[in-house]
Design a protein around this ligand. Structure first.
Ligand code: ADP
Ligand code: MG
Length: 439
């Protein structure tokens, strides 16, 4: 039988034909086939976010493809990283392993320090080496793709090395754990898990805002850990006082320690990051090409990485050396689309939304009325209005003959629902990431 990596390559070839390019780039480009044993195929992804997305949105497509290739009934599973599961993965100090899988590449060593992140980096190191000692909590905020998750996990790696018991969770995971504990009457287990750690790392804490019972629970967890000098590190896309619908008492606690912003990297930092990434990928790229790529991707490191990967993949495909000309070709649609958010075609928007909800484009365009399809349609309306400059009438016609007032109402509903529902917001951010890869 073919090894998992070969099989996955073949699967990717087929999957690429079935979903649009931005989606493929965003969600599949860094995946690997990790292992295939006992009817279980493990797909490795670069981080928990991608794992979650693939699990929720692309499972059926992936399973169908793998089954097609192996002619055997296969269950697909997702994991962070490329280490086969049978080998013990790096987990938190002691028992709480499963929810704390850290991406092995997100270390301090691989983090390039520049003016935009120097303070965040220094305080993260301090929190990792001396948990609970100086800055507690450490609150790191900044736009998407600037290295918050990377730094947070680097704290985890270093703290584990010093023997601390570490728990890294997304705020979504925290919320789900809490809900499950309440539903199953297992609050003791929840307490044990969250309140017994030396270092608690919560990623994207802004998603907790507006979920009052989760906030309440987080408030108590926070207090207990803080009172006993356990280290808390939080990341968010905005400073504490801007998290929508967060209770003041929690907000003010977030401000007790140190709040630091990670900003966009300047040109020289972007160049340093590109050099370091190129080196770790084992490719040699001339300075002028690095400069070209650095100019192309000013907004985030994720975008920068995306461009570099794309150039490298393209060079491999056409078997030519990496030059400026080749990079221009590889990055044409990045340059065309990224700066102008109002020019994405309605087709791409509808496809991307459909893919995110795991339904077909014709479902979005059709008349199905089940909850999921209706929500996907409303989200599509919102994106068409925001990013395509379609009029309400045009959108209505496009999406199965709805009246302009229905469309207007749907757009308003999505805008307000996404403020109250962090999971919808996250879905919409996924879609945005699909429409604007790397941004
Ligand atoms: P965020 O959580 O802020 O959205 P991530 O931590 O996921 O961003 O970073 C996006 C990508 O950019 C990751 O692959 C990460 O390793 C990389 N990255 C971000 N900042 C740096 C940096 N300073 N040095 C090296 N890689 C970085
Ligand atoms: Mg992140």
């Amino acid at each position: 039988m073919k090894p998992a990596s070969e099989l996955w390559k073949a699967a990717l070839g087929e999957i690429e034909l079935q979903i649009n390019r931005p989606n493929f780039q965003t969600w599949f480009s860094k995946t690997t086939g990790v292992s295939y044993e006992n009817g279980e195929f493990f797909v490795g992804a670069p981080n928990a976010f991608v794992v979650e997305y693939l699990d929720k949105n692309q499972r059926s497509l992936i399973e169908k493809t793998i089954i097609g290739l192996t002619s055997a009934n296969t269950k697909v599973r997702f994991q962070v990283g490329t280490e086969p599961k049978t080998e013990p993965s790096k987990t938190c100090g002691s028992s709480n392993g499963s929810s704390c899988r850290l991406n092995p590449t997100y270390t301090f060593d691989s983090f390039v320090v520049g003016g935009n992140n120097r303070m965040a980096h220094a305080s993260a190191i301090s929190a990792a080496q001396n948990p609970g000692g100086t800055y507690n909590p450490l609150f790191i905020y900044g736009d998407v793709g600037l290295g918050k998750t990377h730094l947070l996990q680097a704290v985890g790696h270093t703290a584990i090395e010093t023997g601390a018991k570490v728990l890294f969770v997304s705020s979504e995971r925290f919320t789900n754990d809490f809900i499950t504990a309440v539903r199953e009457g297992q609050s003791e287990k929840f307490r044990e898990k969250y309140r017994s750690v030396d270092v608690l790392l919560i990623d994207d804490v802004h998603f907790i805002g507006g979920k009052s019972s989760t906030e309440e629970c987080f408030f108590h967890t926070f207090n207990e850990l803080h009172q006993t000098n356990r280290q808390i590190v939080l990341t968010s896309n905005c400073p504490p006082n801007c998290i929508p619908q967060m209770e003041d008492r929690l907000r003010s606690r977030f401000e007790w320690g140190l709040t630091i912003e990670i900003k966009r990297p300047n040109l020289s930092t972007r160049l340093a990051i590109l050099s370091s990434k190129a080196m770790s990928m084992g490719i040699e790229i001339q300075q002028n090409v690095l400069e070209y790529i650095a100019h192309k991707a000013p907004r985030s490191v994720r975008e920068l990485e995306g461009c570099l990967n794309r150039v490298a993949a393209y060079a491999k495909l056409v078997r030519l050396p990496i030059t400026i000309e080749l990079s221009k070709e590889a990055l044409t649609d990045v340059s065309d689309r990224a700066p102008d958010k109002t020019s994405i075609s309605s087709d791409i928007i509808i496809e991307t939304v459909a893919a995110a909800f795991n339904i077909t484009k014709s479902d979005v365009l059709g008349r199905k009325r089940d909850k999921e399809t209706a929500l996907a349609r409303q989200v599509a309306m919102h994106f068409l209005k925001s990013y395509n400059n379609c009029s309400l009438t045009e959108i209505g016609t496009l999406l199965g003959g709805r009246s302009p007032s229905t469309v207007g109402h749907a757009c308003e509903k999505i805008e307000s629902d996404s403020q109250n529902n962090p999971f919808l917001l996250r879905k919409m951010n996924d879609i945005k990431a699909g429409l604007f890869p790397g941004i």
